[in-house]
Design a protein around this ligand. Structure first.
Ligand SMILES: *Cc1c(COP(=O)(O)O)cnc(C)c1O
Length: 372
């Protein structure tokens, strides 16, 4: 079976170095907030072109830490897309704030800036731009809007590490940017991990304090913080993999081009890239008319290919996050998206097989191009 993502394939090439790095940490006797995390934070900062990086326990925690640091809490509203991972929405609620959903751009699947002003109220404090699937949100418009409305701009970069807009790395546009190192992401740890990038150095102490009980230097809690420290073991693993990130992004982009070329004649709607952006293809998502999606996924499975759906239920339709937002693009797309296997380590022959299977399916004349 060819899976949508394959974390083992992203461990195997680095096996010996990772084992040695873990062993070093084990023998060092320092397991939290030690030299590996310090080094990882500065190496990630150098990669991104960002000065202030704080490692933490997960991408979800990174979002919570960013919002708490920005002073967002009970009574505040945060604008975000509903077409995102549950984690983005959960983080807003964990801070005590209220999510306000806005629809997405039909071609790029990221938040539609033209709808944000209408969603603002006197209580709006922040906008979360999710660079979904590795695609850059419309950061120029979002930055301008946030500045004019006095909002904190938070980038959810969980799926977009390595992506760029106009030659600048995603994660360097917002007041805060949040990364996840979940094993299937562009840079995966062997467990959980996350990081917050903050634009202004004045927030650094507060971020670091919040990740550890809200402690000050005397270990006196000045505010209610969390426990969200990145393990030294995970930091050491990430330090082995970070120098290979550019290569693995290149693999992702090559596989994406191969899909784009191979499926150009099919009736699947293929992903497009925002002008000026470098799509990092955390996921390769095609669209098929809703009534055909179930059949397509079953057909692929019968042919040894497991496709994913990111995401079948929009957040505003989930029991935990439900509200009566009217989001026609989000609701339509949720019924049409299919994530094809794409990961460093996917073999050329496997991808050929996926493409020919898809062409075989869409050769049936009952499959129609999905339109907005
Ligand atoms: C994975 C993901 C997160 C959460 O990251 P975790 O490390 O799993 O907590 C947040 N937002 C998006 C868009 C994600 O894909």
């Amino acid at each position: 079976m060819i899976k949508t993502a394959h974390p083992l394939a992203q461990y195997q090439p680095h096996r010996d170095k990772i084992k040695a790095a873990i062993d070093n940490v084990l023998e060092s006797g320092v397991y939290l907030l030690g030299p590996q995390l310090d080094l990882f934070e500065s190496e990630l900062g150098a990669y991104l072109g960002a000065t202030h990086v704080v490692g933490c326990g997960s991408g979800t925690d990174a979002l919570v830490l960013a919002m708490l640091t920005a002073g967002i809490g009970r009574g505040d509203e945060v604008i975000l897309p509903s077409h995102t991972a549950s984690a983005t929405v959960a983080a807003v609620l964990l801070c005590g704030a209220t999510p306000v959903y806005v629809d997405i751009e039909p071609n790029f699947y990221t938040i539609d800036p033209s709808l944000i002003e209408g969603a603002c109220s006197a209580r709006t404090k922040a906008v979360i731009a999710v660079h979904l699937y590795g695609q850059a949100a419309d950061l120029a418009s979002l930055r301008e809007l946030s500045d004019s409305q006095g909002l904190t701009l938070i980038e959810d970069c969980a799926q977009s590490l390595g992506g760029e807009l106009h030659g600048k790395k995603l994660g360097t546009f917002g007041d805060f940017a949040c990364f996840s190192f979940f094993p299937t992401k562009n840079l995966g740890s062997l467990g959980d991990g996350g990081a917050v990038v903050c634009k202004e150095g004045k927030f650094l102490d507060r971020l670091k304090s919040l990740r550890q009980y809200g402690w000050d230097r005397e270990r006196v809690s000045q505010q209610a913080g969390l426990n969200s420290r990145m393990d030294e073991i995970q930091a050491a693993v990430l330090r082995v993999k970070l120098p290979h990130l550019s290569q693995s992004l290149e693999d992702r982009m090559n596989q994406a081009s191969k899909y784009l070329n191979g499926l150009a004649g099919s009736s699947l709607q293929l992903p497009s890239t925002r002008p000026g952006a470098l799509h990092s293809y955390s996921l390769f998502v095609v669209r098929v008319r809703d009534e055909r999606r179930g059949k397509l996924i079953k057909f692929l499975r019968r042919n040894g290919v497991i496709a994913g759906v990111h995401y079948p239920v929009p957040a505003h339709k989930m029991p935990a996050f439900r509200n009566n937002a009217f989001l026609p693009v989000t609701e339509k797309i949720a019924q049409e998206v299919v994530s094809l296997p794409l990961y460093p380590g996917l073999k050329d022959g496997e991808q050929d097989r996926i493409i020919s299977t898809l062409l075989l399916f869409s050769g049936g004349e009952d499959i129609q191009p999905a339109r907005n």
